[in-house]
Design a protein around this ligand. Sequence first.
Ligand SMILES: [Zn+2]
Length: 327
Amino acid sequence: MKTPGLIDLHLHLDGSLSVKSVKELAALQNIEIPEKEEELLKLLRVNDDCKDLTEYLEKFAFPGKLLQTKEGLALSVYNLQEELKEQGLIHAEIRFAPQLHTLEGLSQREVIEAAIDGLDRSDFSAELILCCMRGNDNHEANLETVKLAKDYLGKGVCAVDIAGAEALFPTENFGDLFALARELEIPYTIHAGEADGPKSVRKALEYGTKRLGHGVRSLEDPALIEKIVAEGITLELCPTSNLHTCMFPCIEEYPLRKLMEAGVRITINTDNMTVSNVTLGSEFRKLIAAFALTDEEIKDIARNSVRASFASEETKKILLEKIEKAE
Ligand SMILES: [Zn+2]
C-alpha cells in the first residue's frame, strides 16, 4: 500500500539538509564546499559501517557552519518543508537548538525568528521544536531557549526538547528546564533511552513528559515498559538512526514488534534524513519488509503520530481525516 499520512515528529534540521540545500546555503553565504558531490556527501552522511554515536555526531559540524545567518536558517527551513511535501508527508515537527546557531553573532531570538520566517514561506503543515542542549556550561542558554519558546508558542513553535550526549550529561541534570516549561505551559518531549538506559527514561517520565525521543532502551526494564503503556507515553522511534549509532546490529533486530506487542504507542520518524540517508517513506518500506506490517498497523502508527503531535486540535482533526481517507 501507499503509506498513508506520513508524519515526522522527530526530525532535526541540521541533520536533514539536502544536497540542494547545502549548495544553495553555501552559495548564499560564500562558504566553500567540495565540488564533487561524493566528497560533499562524506561530510554530511554516515555509512552503514558507522562505528558509534561519536562518529554519527561528527556529521553535524559541517551543516552547523551553514546555519549561522538569518537567511541561511530561513532558507533551510523553507527547503526542508518543500522536500517533505514532495515526499508526500502531511505534517512535520522540525527541531533545532537555537543556541547552536549563535556562533556568528545571532541571538537565540533572531535564530528562532529566522526559522519562523522560513516556516511561513511554505504552505506545508509544520511547526518547530526548540531543543535545549545537554552540557555543563550552557545552563543559561538552555533557560533562555525555554523562555523564548513561550514567546513564540503557537506562532511557529510548538514545544521544547533536550538533545545531545545523553550518556555524558544525564537527564537528571536538567530537571529545572522542564519545571520551567511546565510552569510556562510549554509542551515538551525529551530525548531519553537512546545512549542511556531506563534510568534516563524514568527521569524523563518524572518530569512529566508525554513523549520520548527514541525511548527504545526502556525495553531493558519490563516495569518501565508497563509504566509507559499505562501512562500512554508515545515513543518517537527512529530505526535507521539507531542502527547507525550501533544500538542494534540490523533492522531485523530492531524491537518494533516487541514494543507494539507490549502495547506501547509508537511513531516512526527519521531523526536525520541526510546523516542517515533516509526519508520517512524509506523507513516505512524498510519496516514493512522486515516486520510485515499490515495496512491497519501502518494506519495506527499514523494515528499515533497525530495524537502525540503538538499540533492544535484543529490541525489534528484535519490530519486524522487525511489518514482515514487514504486508500
Ligand atoms: Zn534526535
